[in-house]
Design a protein around this ligand. Structure first.
Ligand SMILES: [Zn+2]
Length: 559
C-alpha cells in the first residue's frame, strides 16, 4: 500500500542496532564508553561504566529495538553481552560486579546495579525463564541486604539507602561518597517497580517504596516546587539524568499503587525540569545553583527519561503531555543520533595500534547509529565525544514512543502520537510535518480516538470515514469516532501551524522554525557537525512510499 514517506522510528532503531553490535571490544566482548569523533584519528576507549552500565543498556535496548524492527543483525554479539552480564553476577550476594581490568577494579557500583536490573527485567519480560527470575531475585535480595534500613516516625513507614557509591564483596568502598539519585537508591526505583509490576514480587515493591521514601521524604534533592537544584553537598553535580531516572521510577510506582499525590509530585518536578531545558527536547547534563555550574550541553540519557515521563504523565491524566513527547522525539532525540554517512571521514593521520583501553579500528561501525553524549542545540557534540550511556539509552526512547503511538484501552483504540506505525490493530499514517493529516487504517473494531495536536485544538477539524464526513465527539484532547471496524479508513485533518519562534536557552538566542511539533530549521547554525539540516521537511508536498503488510509488528515486551 502507499503511505507517507515521513518519520518512521524503525529506521533509527535499525541504525542503533548496528551501532550496538559494532561498538564492542573484539577481545573482551565489552562495549566501549567514549567515542572521540573529533580527533584526527577517531577512537573508542574504555571506562569503568562500560562493564556493567553500558553492557546492560545495550542488552535492554537491543531487545527493544528488535521488538520494533525484527532486525536480527548482531545477535551473536548480543548473546556475548548477555553472557558477560550473567558472569558478572555474584552468586552469593546477587550484585553485578565490574571485573578487574586495566580500567576498573572488582567492585559493585550502585548506579550499575540499576542498569543491570533494568536490563535483566527487560530480558526477563522477553524470556520469562526461571534462571533469569533467579538472577533478579538474588539481586533484589542483595540490594535489600546491602541497604541501610531506617524504621521510624510512624507505623509502616521505612526508608533505606546505600551509604557509598560502591562496595566490595566484604563491605563498602569508602572512596566515593553516595549521592541520593545516582548511588543511594533513586535510580533503582524504576527497575524494582517494573519487576514488581510484571512478577508481583512484594519484596521488590517494598524495596522500591523504601528508596522512594528516602528520595521524596528524607533528602532535599527535590524541593517543594519540584526544582532539583543540587544541594550544598553536591554543588557542582546536579546530575539531571539520575534525577529524571528517579522521577520515572517514582511515577511508575505511583501509577502501580494508584497514588495521585505522588503523580502530582512528579508532574511538578517535570514542569520545573522544562524551565531549564529546550522545548525541542534539549536537557542539560547537569543543573547548578549558579549558571556557571550548569553544563551547557544536552545528554541523550535525559531525553529518554523525559520521553518516558511525558508518556506516563499523559497516560496519568495529562494528555497535553503527548505534545512534549512529539517535540522531544521528532527533534532532539533524532538529532542526537549519528545518522549521516557523509559525516564519516577517513582518518587524517596514521592509525596507531590498539592498546588495552583504546581502539581506532572499525570506527564507522562504532559511530554510525550511536548517540551523542553532549549536544549543543545545533551542534552534534560539544566536546567531541559520544558516550556509551547515551548510545544505550537512545533506542529505549525510540521504543517507548513507538509502542505508545497506539494504545488499546477498554473503551477503544487510542492514537496518541502522530507518528507512523504499522500494527495488527491499525495502521497509523502521518503526513506531518508536511500537512496536518493523520490516517488510521483499521484492522480491528472501534471505537477509535485520535489525539488532536495542541496547536490545532481550537481550529477547525475535519474527520472522514472512508472519504465521507463522519460524526465524532471530542473529549480530553481526542476526537472520538464511535463505530469503526476492519477495512475502515479514518482521516483527521487539521491546520498545521508553521511559524518561526524565538527561544532563549541559556546564552543562545535561538530562532526556530516549526511545522507543527517538528523543528525544520534552527539558527544560529552549527559549524562542525551541524544539526537540524531539515530543508526537505519544510515543504507542503508529502513524499510517498510503498509499505508491505508484513511490516506490521506488535511488541511482546511492554514498558
Ligand atoms: Zn548518557
Amino acid at each position: 500500500m502507499q503511505a507517507p514517506d515521513t518519520l518512521d522510528l524503525r529506521d533509527y532503531a535499525r541504525l542503533a542496532i548496528r551501532h550496538m553490535a559494532g561498538n564492542h571490544d573484539h577481545k573482551t566482548g565489552y562495549p566501549y564508553f567514549y567515542i572521540n569523533v573529533h580527533a584526527d584519528v577517531p577512537s573508542a576507549s574504555h571506562n569503568g561504566w562500560d562493564l556493567i552500565d553500558v553492557l546492560s543498556r545495550y542488552i535492554d535496548s537491543l531487545i527493544l529495538a528488535r521488538e520494533m524492527t525484527g532486525d536480527t543483525h548482531g545477535t551473536d554479539i548480543e548473546e556475548r553481552y548477555r553472557r558477560l552480564l550473567v558472569e558478572n553476577l555474584n552468586p552469593t550476594d546477587g550484585l553485578a560486579y565490574r571485573p578487574e581490568t586495566p580500567w576498573s577494579q572488582h567492585e559493585a557500583e550502585m548506579f550499575d546495579q540499576s542498569r543491570a536490573l533494568n536490563g535483566l527485567v527487560t530480558w526477563y519480560m522477553q524470556e520469562r525463564s526461571p534462571e533469569l527470575k533467579g538472577h533478579i531475585e538474588r539481586m533484589v535480595n542483595g540490594l535489600w541486604q546491602s541497604a541501610i534500613h531506617i524504621v521510624k516516625r510512624r507505623a509502616g513507614y521505612s526508608f533505606c539507602f546505600f551509604p557509598y557509591a560502591s562496595r566490595f564483596e566484604e563491605g563498602w568502598n569508602p572512596a566515593t561518597p553516595g549521592e541520593p539519585c545516582c548511588y543511594n537508591g533513586g535510580a533503582l526505583i524504576l527497575p524494582l517497580t517494573k519487576y514488581a509490576e510484571v512478577s508481583g514480587d512484594e519484596r521488590a515493591l517494598e524495596l522500591a517504596r523504601r528508596f522512594l521514601h528516602y528520595i521524596v521524604d528524607e533528602t532535599r534533592i527535590f524541593r517543594r516546587d519540584g526544582s532539583f537544584w543540587p544541594d550544598e553537598m553536591h554543588l557542582a553535580a546536579g546530575h539531571f539524568h539520575t534525577r529524571s531516572l528517579s522521577m520515572a521510577g517514582i511515577l511508575r510506582y505511583a501509577l502501580l499503587v494508584h497514588d495521585p499525590e505522588l503523580i502530582a509530585w512528579v508532574k511538578r518536578a517535570f514542569d520545573w525540569a522544562m524551565t531549564v531545558s529546550g522545548s525541542f527536547g534539549w536537557f542539560p547534563e547537569g543543573v547548578g545553583t549558579e549558571d556557571y555550574y550548569t553544563t551547557k550541553h544536552s545528554e541523550t540519557c535525559n531525553i529518554t527519561d523525559m520521553v518516558h515521563l511525558a508518556i506516563k504523565l499523559a497516560e496519568a491524566g495529562h494528555p497535553e503531555y503527548w505534545g512534549h513527547v512529539e517535540r522531544f522525539v521528532r527533534n532532539h532525540l533524532l538529532e542526537s543520533q549519528w545518522t549521516r554517512e557523509d559525516w564519516l571521514k577517513p582518518p587524517a593521520a596514521n592509525v596507531p595500534e590498539d592498546d588495552a583501553v583504546t581502539t581506532r579500528r572499525c570506527m564507522e561501525e562504532r559511530i554510525l547509529g550511536g548517540y551523542a553524549g553532549r549536544t549543543l542545540p545545533n551542534e552534534f557534540v560539544a566536546d567531541g565525544v559520544m558516550m556509551g550511556c547515551c548510545c544505550g539509552a537512545g533506542p529505549r526512547a525510540l521504543f517507548l514512543a513507538w509502542d505508545h503511538i497506539l494504545t488499546r484501552k477498554p473503551d477503544g483504540l487510542y492514537v496518541n502520537l502522530h507518528l507512523n506505525r504499522y500494527s495488527r490493530e491499525a495502521d497509523v499514517l502521518s503526513w506531518q510535518p508536511h500537512q496536518g493529516r493523520l490516517e488510521v487504517g483499521m484492522h480491528s473494531h472501534g471505537p477509535l480516538a485520535i489525539r488532536v495536536p495542541e496547536a490545532a485544538q481550537e481550529s477547525a477539524l475535519s474527520v472522514e470515514r472512508n472519504g465521507s464526513p463522519a460524526p465524532y465527539t471530542r473529549r480530553d484532547g481526542y476526537v472520538r469516532i464511535a463505530e469503526v471496524g476492519p477495512g475502515d479508513s479514518v482521516t483527521l485533518r487539521f491546520s498545521l501551524q508553521t511559524e518561526e519562534r524565538h527561544e532563549r536557552l541559556y546564552n543562545w538566542p535561538l530562532q526556530i522554525k516549526w511545522r507543527g511539533d517538528t523543528v525544520v530549521a534552527m539558527r544560529p547554525e552549527g559549524h562542525r557537525l551541524p544539526l537540524y539540516r531539515r530543508e526537505p521537511l519544510d515543504t507542503d508536498a508529502c513524499p510517498q512510499r510503498e509499505v508491505s503488510e508484513n511490516e506490521r509488528r506488535d511488541p511482546a515486551v511492554r514498558w
